[in-house]
Design a protein around this ligand. Structure first.
Ligand SMILES: [Fe+2]
Ligand SMILES: [Fe+2]
Length: 579
C-alpha cells in the first residue's frame, strides 16, 4: 500500500510517502529548488519520495492532498464579496493564480502522476491533526491545531483515538491566531509566513507593555481561549497588507521598514504579541484538558512551531505529555493527508510513530568524493573515529564547522544532519555565527543541542525535546553556555539520544570528553534567506560563501585555510533574497 501526500500552492510545498503504514520519505520542495518556502507544485520532492521508496507513480494506491481547494476558493469569494469594493485590488491579484493554477490541482496532479491512484482531498485542519496524532506515541490524545487559515478553520480542537480522529470545535476565518501573529510580524517589518520566529526571538528583549491594549482593541478573548479579532484593524481579509491605518494609528506609527533599526517599541510589541499568543494557547489547551480525560496533547499547525507558547502549554495546561512533529506547519500537511487516508479512511492499524526526523535524501562517501573531484577541491577522507575526534577538536579550538551527515531533516529545524556547529561556551560565537557565518540579524538567538542524559545539569526541563520545539531556562548556576542563552535566560532546546542520530550524538559526546561540556550550538546549515542545504554541492557553496572554518561532509574534512592557501577559489553567483 503506497500513499503519497502532497501539500502545495501557499507556502512550504512538500511531499511524503508512506509504504504499508511506514513513513519512508518526506521533503520540502524548497530544498531542491533552492527557493525558500517554495510554494510551487513539489515535483522534485515527489520524485525524490518515489525514488526513495523504490516505486513509480503508477505504483501509488492513493494520493492525498492537504486541503480542499474548492472550499478555499469559496471562502475567498465570500470574503471578497463581503468586503467589496475594498477587496478589488486583492481580488484582481489573486484571481489569475486561482484560474491558472489552484482550481486545476486535480488536473495538475493527474498530469504529473497519471490516472492510477485514487486522489483524495483532505480538509486542511484534518491534515494538520493527522500529521501529529497518527504518528504520535499516543493511542488516544486531545488534539489542537492552529494556523493562519485552512478552508475556513483557523483553529480546531478534537480527539484522536486509535484509528479515528474527530475535530469537534473550531474557530473560523477571519478570526485567526496565526494571522494575528503574522499581522504583528508584518507590522514589525518582517516577512509573513517566513519570519514569525524572528518575532518570537525578539520578544525577550522587550516588555509586554501592550497586552492590555491588544486585548482591549484587537482581540476579544474568552476564558476558554476562544476569541474574535476586531477586523476594523486588519486588512488581510480584503487587502494586500496584513494591517490597516486604524492598526497603525492605534500604535501611533506606520509599519517598520524592513531592515531598519529595531527600537525598544518594536521589542515591546514583539513581547506583547508573544504574551497574548501564549495566553490564548494556554487558555485553549486548559479548556481542552478540562473537557477531555486525556493526559496527552497533540499540537499541529504553524502556531505549534512557536516553542515559547508550547512550553507555556506544557507547563500550565494540565496535559502531562505533548507531541508535536517537527514539520508542524503546512509542509507536514503532506504527511497528515497520507496518514489520514491510511489510518482513518482505510482503517489500517497504526504502525508508525515518529521515530526520527531524517526523512530526506542522503549522499554516500562515493558521491561526495566524486563531487569534490569534479570541483577540484582537496578534501581529506578519514575513518569515522578520527572524523569525530578531529571535529570535536575543531569546535573546542573555536572553529565554526559545517556538518553534513546522512539523511536531511524534514521541517524547518536542523537537528544534526545539516547543521552549523560551534562552541556554546564562548560568548563571541554568538555574534560571529550570526554576522559572519549566517549574515543574519544580530538579535537572533541560537539553539543548543544537549545529550539527553546531561540535560538536567544545564536546563530546567524534565522531558526530551528532540525537535527544538520547546524552550527551557538555562540553570542559573550553569550559565556557562552564553552563546545559546537568550537574554531572558532561556534556550530553544534540542535533546539528543544516540538512536536519534548516532554520529551527531557521538560528536557531542566526543566534545564533552574534551571540554566537559555536553552542549553544542546547532544552527541550520544555510545563510540568511537560503533554504537549508540539501546536497553536498549546496553545502560546499555555503561553506565558501561564509566564514566557516571547516566543512565535515560525510567522512571528508575540508579545511578552509588550507584550501585557500592552495589558491582555490569558488565563484558563487546565486544570491538569496533576504527573509
Ligand atoms: Fe498555511
Ligand atoms: Fe496550515
Amino acid at each position: 500500500m503506497n500513499i503519497l501526500g502532497i501539500s502545495c500552492f501557499y507556502h512550504d510545498s512538500a511531499a511524503a510517502l508512506i509504504k504499508d503504514g511506514i513513513l519512508v520519505a518526506a521533503a520540502q520542495e524548497e530544498r531542491f529548488t533552492r527557493k525558500k518556502h517554495d510554494q510551487n507544485f513539489p515535483a522534485n520532492a515527489i520524485r525524490y519520495c518515489l525514488q526513495e521508496g523504490g516505486i513509480q507513480a503508477q505504483d501509488l494506491n492513493y494520493i492525498g492532498f492537504y486541503d480542499k481547494p474548492f472550499t478555499k476558493f469559496e471562502r475567498l469569494l465570500t470574503t471578497y464579496i463581503a468586503t467589496f469594493p475594498k477587496s478589488l485590488p486583492s481580488f484582481l491579484k489573486a484571481m489569475p493564480v486561482w484560474l491558472k493554477e489552484k482550481l486545476w490541482i486535480p488536473q495538475k496532479i493527474r498530469e504529473e502522476l497519471g490516472e492510477t491512484a485514487n486522489l483524495l482531498f483532505i480538509e486542511h485542519h484534518l491534515s494538520h491533526a493527522a500529521s501529529a496524532f497518527f504518528v504520535s506515541p499516543f493511542s488516544e490524545s486531545a488534539i489542537l491545531t492552529a494556523d493562519g487559515v485552512g478552508e475556513w478553520e483557523t483553529t480546531t480542537m478534537g480527539m484522536g483515538n486509535d484509528r479515528t480522529l474527530t475535530l469537534t470545535q473550531s474557530i473560523h476565518f477571519p478570526h485567526s491566531l496565526g494571522l494575528l501573529y503574522s499581522a504583528f510580524t508584518y507590522y514589525l517589518g518582517f516577512r509573513v509566513n517566513s519570519a514569525e520566529y524572528k518575532v518570537m526571538g525578539l520578544a525577550p528583549y522587550g516588555k509586554p507593555l501592550f497586552v492590555d491594549l491588544i486585548l482591549r482593541e484587537l482581540v476579544f478573548l474568552k476564558d476558554d481561549g476562544s476569541f474574535r479579532l476586531n477586523m476594523k484593524y486588519f486588512a488581510y481579509d480584503y487587502g494586500l497588507t496584513m494591517t490597516n491605518k486604524y492598526f497603525h494609528a492605534l500604535f501611533g506609527t506606520p509599519p517598520r521598514t524592513p531592515e531598519s533599526a529595531l527600537t525598544q517599541f518594536h521589542k515591546d510589541l514583539a513581547a506583547s504579541i508573544q504574551f497574548v499568543t501564549d495566553e490564548i494557547m494556554v487558555r485553549m489547551t486548559t479548556h481542552l484538558h478540562n473537557k477531555t480525560v486525556s493526559d496527552n496533547l497533540c499540537l499541529a499547525g504553524g502556531v505549534a512551531l512557536n516553542c515559547v507558547s508550547n512550553s507555556k502549554v506544557l507547563a500550565s495546561s494540565g496535559f502531562k505529555r505533548m507531541f508535536i512533529q517537527p514539520a508542524a506547519g503546512d509542509a507536514g500537511g503532506s504527511v497528515g493527508s497520507a496518514f489520514y487516508i491510511y489510518n482513518m479512511l482505510l482503517k489500517n492499524k497504526r504502525t508508525s510513530t515518529w521515530s526520527n526526523n531524517f526523512l530526506g535524501p542522503e549522499y554516500s562517501n562515493e558521491v561526495i568524493k566524486e563531487i569534490l573531484r569534479q570541483l577540484k577541491i582537496e578534501g581529506e577522507q578519514c575513518s569515522t573515529d578520527t572524523l569525530l575526534k578531529r571535529t570535536a577538536q575543531f569546535i573546542a579550538d573555536q572553529n565554526v564547522v559545517g556538518w553534513f551527515q546522512g539523511r536531511m531533516e524534514f521541517g524547518p529545524r536542523s537537528l544534526g544532519a545539516r547543521s552549523i556547529l560551534a562552541d556554546p561556551r564562548n560568548p563571541e560565537n554568538y555574534s560571529r555565527v550570526n554576522l559572519k557565518i549566517k549574515f543574519r540579524e544580530s538579535f537572533r538567538p541560537f539553539a543548543p543541542t544537549v545529550l539527553l542524559e546531561r540535560m538536567k545539569d544545564y536546563f530546567e526541563f524534565d522531558q526530551p525535546s528532540p525537535y527544538m520545539l520547546f524552550v527551557a531556562q538555562v540553570r542559573s548556576d550553569r550559565r556557562t553556555i552564553p552563546a545559546v542563552t537568550h537574554v531572558d535566560g532561556s534556550a530553544r532546546l534540542q535533546t539528543i539520544v544516540r538512536d536519534d542520530h548516532a554520529l551527531f550524538y557521538d560528536l557531542i559526546a566526543e566534545f564533552e570528553k574534551l571540554t566537559n561540556c555536553p552542549v553544542l550550538i546547532n544552527t541550520s546549515f544555510n545563510v540568511r534567506g537560503e533554504p537549508i542545504v540539501c546536497t553536498p554541492f549546496d553545502a560546499i557553496k555555503c561553506f565558501f560563501r561564509t566564514d566557516m572554518d571547516y566543512l565535515v561532509l560525510g567522512n571528508f574534512v575540508l579545511d578552509k585555510q588550507k584550501i585557500k592557501e592552495s589558491g582555490y577559489e569558488m565563484q558563487i553567483e546565486e544570491t538569496f533574497a533576504l527573509d
